[in-house]
Design a protein around this ligand. Sequence first.
Ligand code: F6R
Length: 609
Amino acid sequence: MCGIVGYIGKRRAQDVLLSGLSKLEYRGYDSAGVAILHEGAFQLEKSVGRLSVLADRLEVDPLAGSQGIGHTRWATHGRPSDANAHPHADCSSAFVVVHNGIIENYLELRDDLMARGHQFASETDTEAVAHLLEEHWTGDLMETVLRALRDIRGAYALGIMAAAEPGKMIAVRKHSPLVIGIGEGENFIASDIPAVLEYTRNVYILEEGELAVVTAAGVSCFTLEGVPVDYKPFRVTWDAVAAEKGGYAHFMKKEIHEQPKAVRDTLSGRLLDDGTRIDLPELGWSEAMALDIDRIHIVACGTSYHAGLVGKVAIETLARIPVDVEIASEYRYRNPIVTDRTLILVISQSGETADTLAALRGARARGNRVLAITNVVGSSVAREADDVIVTWAGPEISVASTKAYTTQLVALYLFAAYVAKLRGAVDPQALLTLAHELTEIPEKLEELLDTAPVIEEIAREFSAWSDAFFLGRGLDYAVALEGALKYKEISYIHAEAYPAGELKHGTLALIVEGVPVVAMVTQDDVYEKSLSNIKEVKARDAHVLALAWAGDTQTHKSVDRVLYVPRTIPFLAPLMLIVPLQLLAYYASVARGNDVDKPRNLAKSVTVE
Ligand code: F6R
């Protein structure tokens, strides 16, 4: 996982590359570099640390030239260092390469190339590609790249230039995303669309196993066998500012505040205007298809997995289909029990998560139908699944996922209702209530966001502690898991979620005077039980913040503070509860002086195992 950009045209390449890389830092940010071709020779500038370090160096010593490639790295092979930062060159600096992915047979390649006299300057898998190009050089860059690729196993998106062929850049995609930005008298390559939006809205997403030859005048695409392919660029309609911070201190804060709109957009066209009917026109399933499903396996990672836990309850409650929720990195190496009637539902914000994609491919190879819920239309997951429900959250830049989670929940509720209706499994009145309540969610989220100042104050107090516990039962527990993940990943405070009834089986030993506990009490059927669990931690002098429905009259008697959330049906509680939990994590991270949008050791899009 890393970010790639490339530019060829008339502008100063370093400016375009730095601007593009700044939009891709969410893909990795432990080092960055550029290679710019000028007067027949490559100039390389690379540095460990954030992109700003590289930008500062280039400001002092700018590089001339209007053709270059750049990279922002998330280390996989070789620690973060200047030497391991991309681009990488061969022995004679005749070729430069940037790469996203993993070259699986790089050790073998490296030994072989070293035996042939090649000198390696880094510990990366990528450098082997540069030396392979040198080894295979035929005098024609595209032909040389195609030959070199035959030796490589693994996943890659590559940007390549050769000093002997100025005015040309090669882009290749195999299992890692890559887009081409098509301008006038200039062209671009990038790992993701926001990197080129400042310059062009005409974009082509390279297909799996495609190679593009990019010059300032045009772009030609080929298969990896060298056969020309037709390609059709599309016009990006979303606004470039949507990918910018828009006045907020951090992308995460902006994205939390975008949730009412993201939910509204995700509901749009799927709830009739009068709020009475739920539909997913993009699926167009028949009753027979819905009735045929014997079981659903939901497969995802991290936050998307947590959304899946809510999805299980939604689908089982409404459609009465048994659902298992599985972590993709586990699922892909299991031999799951499925029949040809089992539906695999993968959830992925980015649509590029390696484990989720592998699980999807495994499922398809077993002959199962795959439905994907994703936020990225042109992503690998979206392209390889049989059916897709897009969450219209817009680009999510902050590493910590927020609006993607909320919209995944919306998509899952809609899907549960859709299948339930097709199967005739649910009382039509219950669906009407659900549809009506869903239409009101965006407004209630807006109301909830107004509580931010109160949460900021609580977060400041909580952030002084090295632990926090998140408790709930049923759907409250599913949200507690996501609340704890959010809290730990950006505040770096140890946080754990527990089903409230499970505490006394061990965890209660960790409850000491003053320790922060966030307890959720929105599930009517276990309300009394949840309150007794809260009393158990209160009796050990924990500091308890409860999240309860507006109008709740009991909870405040058992806790230190209550944050009231606008009432909806308990079934939809996760859509409400998650907002204060996200804000709590956000403000705890700010209070600790952390880099909120780029938490240590993490990257936005995990395209490697
Ligand atoms: C946490 C977070 C991650 C992602 C996970 C899956 O805030 O963002 O846990 O949810 O890496 O990513 P996607 O949904 O892109 O497959």
